[in-house]
Design a protein around this ligand. Sequence first.
Ligand SMILES: [Zn+2]
Length: 453
Amino acid sequence: MDKCVEYLREHRREHLDWTIELCRIPSISTKEEHKQDVAAAVRWTHELCEKIGLKSRVYETGGHPAVCAEWCHAPGAPTYLVYGHVDVQPTGDLALWDAPPFEPVQKDGWLIARGAADDKGQVLVYLRAAAAWLATAGKLPVNLKFLIEGEEEIASPNLGPFVEQHRELLACDHVLISDTGLIRDGWPTITYATRGLLYKEVRLSGPHHDLHSGSHGGVVANPANVLAALIASLHDESGRVTIPGFYDDVVELSDEQRAQLSALPLDEKEYITSLGSPAPHGEAGYTTAERRSVRPTLDVNGIYGGFMAEGANTIIPARAGAKISMRLVANQDAEKLSGVFDRTVRERVPDTVRVEILNHGACGAYMAPRDSQPMKAAERALREAFGKETALMPEGGSLPILPMFKRLLGVDCLLIGLASPSCNAHGPNEKVLLADLDRGAEAVARLFGYLAG
Ligand SMILES: [Zn+2]
């Protein structure tokens, strides 16, 4: 293992060049005109896999291609599947970038480029570690597979079907992913839970066109008024969601987990101030750290209807609507709650208006077992590489691939985050701290060793 670490240090420059080269490819998966670039990034990854000694192949998926690579010559040893993506978000307004997004720049230890943090820099950490093992020991201590796709930033439409069709090829004991963040710079972090999502749109309609509020006001229900009452009814005064049974399946935190969460380096005041809100708010009885990660929420994402232009226009709107999303936590069932939400809305809306409910997606929450062998091995590897205890963190966002891997391959995922909290993924001047990638590669090389048993 020391030889691996030594190798990684000696080949740091070459490995940095890999990251720079990959970041030069404008693999924006959302844009049709970049289709060839996404394919080029996938092909580039495939060639690197072959170069370091993995068996690799590019697969067409119906959308952007994916690469699957493997080294499976450790009979009896466990098998790990590394998942990552080499597609990126669009650049947004180029004027907000200090340098062109696909011309990587190094500054004060940072590499600035679209994709540097999300996810090119992070996914290459695993190839760096595998290369170090293969170059120094001629073998890996475990069986290792890679699944690197080009559609993550467009919600991986073909990944589920691909995994389903290639279950045998991808069969493994555990999935390894680095596509999340560090809780603080230089502070190793494992994300062990993500929230699910249930997204609804409620449309209310009354008269068939906007009415004069003087001539007709007071005789029919105003859909905007009804919508406001409906929305107000969805929370009680303690900030809890009032949909019947909403909390029934929520896994409550143990005292130990709560203590651990409160020990994470999150300064509530600094955090809320950084958001620009005048004061914290949320479900009574829970801390800010708990509210933003392990508690379910319901939020109105947008409200529409009626007169919104300049000045006054006295109407009763014909219709009004709201987009409403819920963040779910383990073990809430998105499908079950979807039905309960619809029934609750229909019950609460009076028959003086018509109601229509649209579905805009659902995804399950995920929680990894926190005492698994891979988790313990990763904590040790990260501690040794970063010289600091690992923060175990639940994440507020959703990662649909986690419940997908669980459902289709029957395995859990280990999420080692290497992106700085200030990496600005998806925004202008996306960047990654090169020292975090270097320490990450050392940690992963150690991890491969510890995963062997
Ligand atoms: Zn990503």
